[in-house]
Design a protein around this ligand. Sequence first.
Ligand SMILES: *[C@@H]1O[C@H](CO)[C@@H](O)[C@H](O)[C@H]1NC(C)=O
Ligand SMILES: *[C@@H]1O[C@H](CO)[C@@H](O)[C@H](O)[C@H]1NC(C)=O
Ligand SMILES: *[C@@H]1O[C@H](CO)[C@@H](O)[C@H](O)[C@H]1NC(C)=O
Ligand SMILES: *[C@@H]1O[C@H](CO)[C@@H](O)[C@H](O)[C@H]1NC(C)=O
Ligand SMILES: *[C@@H]1O[C@H](CO)[C@@H](O)[C@H](O)[C@H]1NC(C)=O
Ligand SMILES: *[C@@H]1O[C@H](CO)[C@@H](O)[C@H](O)[C@H]1NC(C)=O
Ligand SMILES: *[C@@H]1O[C@H](CO)[C@@H](O)[C@H](O)[C@H]1NC(C)=O
Length: 461
Amino acid sequence: MALISLLVLCLLVSISSAEISNKVGINYGQLGNNLPLPSKSVELIKSLKAKRVKIYDANPEILKALKNTDLQVSIMVPNELISNISSNQTLADQWVQTNVVPFYPDTLIRYLLVGNEILSNPDQETWFNLVPAMRLIKHSLKTHGILKVKVGTTSAMSVLESSFPPSNGTFRSDISDRVIKPMLHFLNRTKSFFFLDAYPYFPWSTDPTNINLDYALLEAKKITVTDPVTGLTYTNLFDQMVDAVIFAMKRLGYPDIRIWIAETGWPSAGDVTEIGANIYNAATYNRNIVKKFTTKPPVGTPARPGSVLPSFIFALFNENQKTGPGTERNFGLLYPNGTNVYEIDLSGKTPESEYKALPPPENNEPYKGKIWCVVAKEANRSALGSALSYACSQGNKTCDPLQPGKPCFKPDSILWHASYAFSSYWAQFRKSGGTCYFNGLATQTTKDPSYGHCRFPSVTL
Ligand SMILES: *[C@@H]1O[C@H](CO)[C@@H](O)[C@H](O)[C@H]1NC(C)=O
Ligand SMILES: *[C@@H]1O[C@H](CO)[C@@H](O)[C@H](O)[C@H]1NC(C)=O
Ligand SMILES: *[C@@H]1O[C@H](CO)[C@@H](O)[C@H](O)[C@H]1NC(C)=O
Ligand SMILES: *[C@@H]1O[C@H](CO)[C@@H](O)[C@H](O)[C@H]1NC(C)=O
Ligand SMILES: *[C@@H]1O[C@H](CO)[C@@H](O)[C@H](O)[C@H]1NC(C)=O
Ligand SMILES: *[C@@H]1O[C@H](CO)[C@@H](O)[C@H](O)[C@H]1NC(C)=O
Ligand SMILES: *[C@@H]1O[C@H](CO)[C@@H](O)[C@H](O)[C@H]1NC(C)=O
């Protein structure tokens, strides 16, 4: 009898751990005006051998396209709705009724994330509405008899005020008591996950002299970092980041909440000023991290050896409408036309030797020459006038050479003048945080645009 119940128990344990498999998923972001239709995108997701997909809303076309596939799906309540939902059960019920019920269970919706990196968003009011909204959404799911869907929210590493050494991991004091504690209580009670966005690319690229690139790419064979407090030894930056979160949760009394890697990845291209964003590094990081995620038995991290780390790689496509630096638009495994940026198999089963050689990296060191900021090829010409006025209104004498009779007046075109103004603005303000972006109208170039007697101001790193 005891033996039989032990067997049953084993069976149950193996079923429940099979439920959280180590299969890798993909983030399907849609911030592009040139992306394939959902039905085509779902085919592409399958061709990458992803087993799960996360979207940043509850797009009905996508949820329809995912119907009757074996892809597990994570959907999201948009940030803008959190505050209203947090105080209104009717609204939470309506959201679930509209966005989950019509698709469940034929679409394998399994995770429902309330907002995206809310705690890194400056709108503080939403921070305090986050956990109440999660509770009401969970309650609505229960009301509808939908018990298989875990509720969570995604967090960036910036929820920590300290992450090194990992044992010193500590949540920011402005959210620790008022948001994180109740959130951890909720996640623990509902057996959900801490959904973490973790990119070794960012800490490495801001401090490439002190952090070894191979350590960030999971390529280091000899470099290790030992945490002096725990004695745990780290062989890569990713593990360090995950364990910092684990120790931060432990500090608040929740040592057992599972981590889900909601986003990780590496950009395959970026601005001239952005170091290490290339196909070689992106392919290396993503292949290595997939290998880590899919290894059996699971490797886990030094703080939780052997634990499964379920995951979503960022991202399916390069998304041309993401704002910010160039890397933001180049995290995709695929170009918008559906071809691979580099070969990758998210099942982790393709051996390294079967991949074609990668183009050697050319920007693993900071760029040494001069850089200018000019109008981008695809810039919307009608929007240039106001960007030009803005650039010229900043600083001292930014656009003086553009005045009639001055060396940069001719050719008297808005395109030319805007390029001059962007370069002049950027040269003056880069040190204080000014960027060469102008809502996508500007791009960096290493080709000197100076012409005749007009010298364009430049930037050196
Ligand atoms: C939130 O509720 C207020 C008051 O009912 C409404 O005016 C507002 O449009 C709602 N916001 C959103 C994003 O739905
Ligand atoms: C709650 O949401 C419902 C549905 O949108 C709306 O009709 C109602 O006015 C809201 N209640 C409050 C107190 O805002
Ligand atoms: C540990 O974290 C605290 C902030 O939470 C920080 O002040 C301290 O410098 C960190 N310790 C080390 C050794 O980095
Ligand atoms: C977390 O959940 C576990 C299992 O349900 C429970 O035993 C534990 O007391 C919970 N921890 C806290 C701090 O509530
Ligand atoms: C797809 O797009 C990439 C990047 O723009 C380009 O290099 C490639 O040639 C395109 N492939 C096809 C089949 O159009
Ligand atoms: C181009 O810019 C103008 C002025 O800002 C704007 O009204 C228009 O919608 C933009 N066109 C596109 C295609 O973005
Ligand atoms: C412009 O010049 C004045 C006087 O030289 C100086 O005080 C001010 O800081 C300058 N402003 C900028 C934005 O460089």
